[in-house]
Write a protein that binds this ligand. Structure first.
Ligand code: NDP
Length: 253
């Protein structure tokens, strides 16, 4: 996607990125900060989040808020508490990028381990749902809030061996569509991004034999992440976007 945003696209915006310590989430956080946003960095590994926070401030960005939360083990009360704490510290949330994700096992359905299946659902769906639900009131305080979910090509068409991950991404698309149907775009817009094969740790786990140098980097795919957080997408809702339109799913060619 070609998109050239204005340099002040996200001035005065408060944006939360989940899974902000590595991969696409880290890059999205750095990119949003460079366009003027104040970040809330959420993830399960404090050290990684602190590192990203330092990168942002060293580059001249506003000091982020760091929140350590494990989407796999947290329960409803944890999300409620987190939302209460945030609403005491923040006037609103202009954007939420639900990016954290777990791959699980790439094996046929017959061999998917039920406990791993459950972990993938807990991170990709249940935790993401509870976090989003808890943060809705804070999002709805913003004039043009944007909620973005992270999908995948296997969330649109099932593929052998992608088991829990694929099913969770179908559910992600469903969660986006349900929410998009519940709010008019001007009140809350809700969209998905399918990053397409991108050079990260998760991708290397999924395709260990692939030449990663043939993949786009997280920085390469940032245009759609910016578009959906800024006012240029104000009227867009219920859409599942490809960060790399036209890219054929599967290993890098
Ligand atoms: P990475 O594995 O590189 O990063 C995932 C992030 O999610 C990490 O910061 C990780 O934290 C965090 N995370 C994992 N589990 C939890 C948890 N239980 N609680 C809180 N945070 C957690 O993945 P990518 O950057 O590649 O993927 C980002 C998103 O894009 C995912 O939703 C993925 O499914 C999707 N995607 C990626 C593609 C790709 O090619 N890379 C293709 C299609 C979709 P920690 O670092 O501490 O482990």
């Amino acid at each position: 996607m070609y998109y050239q945003p204005k340099t002040d696209l996200l001035n005065n915006r408060i944006i939360m990125v989940t899974g902000a310590g590595a991969g696409i989430g880290r890059q999205a956080a750095l990119t949003y900060a460079s366009y003027g946003a104040t970040l809330v960095l959420l993830g399960r590994t404090e050290e990684k989040l602190r590192r990203v926070s330092r990168e942002i401030t060293h580059a001249g960005g506003a000091e982020p808020l760091v929140l350590v939360l494990d989407l796999q083990s947290s329960v409803e009360a944890d999300y409620r508490r987190l939302a209460e704490q945030l609403s005491e510290r923040l006037p609103r949330l202009d954007g939420l990028l639900n990016n954290a994700g777990l791959l699980g096992e790439i094996v046929p359905m017959a061999r998917q381990t039920p406990s791993v299946w459950r972990q993938v659902m807990d991170v990709n769906i249940n935790g993401t749902f509870m976090l989003t639900q808890a943060l809705l009131p804070l999002l709805l305080r913003a004039p043009h809030p944007s909620l973005v979910f992270s999908s995948s090509s296997v969330g649109r068409e099932g593929r052998a061996n992608w088991g829990a991950y694929s099913v969770s991404k179908f559910a992600t698309e469903g969660m986006m569509q349900v929410l998009a149907d519940e709010y008019p775009a001007q009140v809350l817009r809700v969209n998905c991004i399918n990053p397409g094969g991108t050079r990260t740790g998760m991708r290397a786990d999924a395709f260990p034999d692939e030449d990663s140098m043939k993949l786009k980097t997280p920085a390469d795919i940032m245009p759609i992440y910016l578009f959906l957080m800024g006012d240029d997408s104000k009227r867009k809702t219920g859409v599942s976007y490809d960060a790399q339109p036209g890219r054929k799913a599967g290993p890098a060619q």
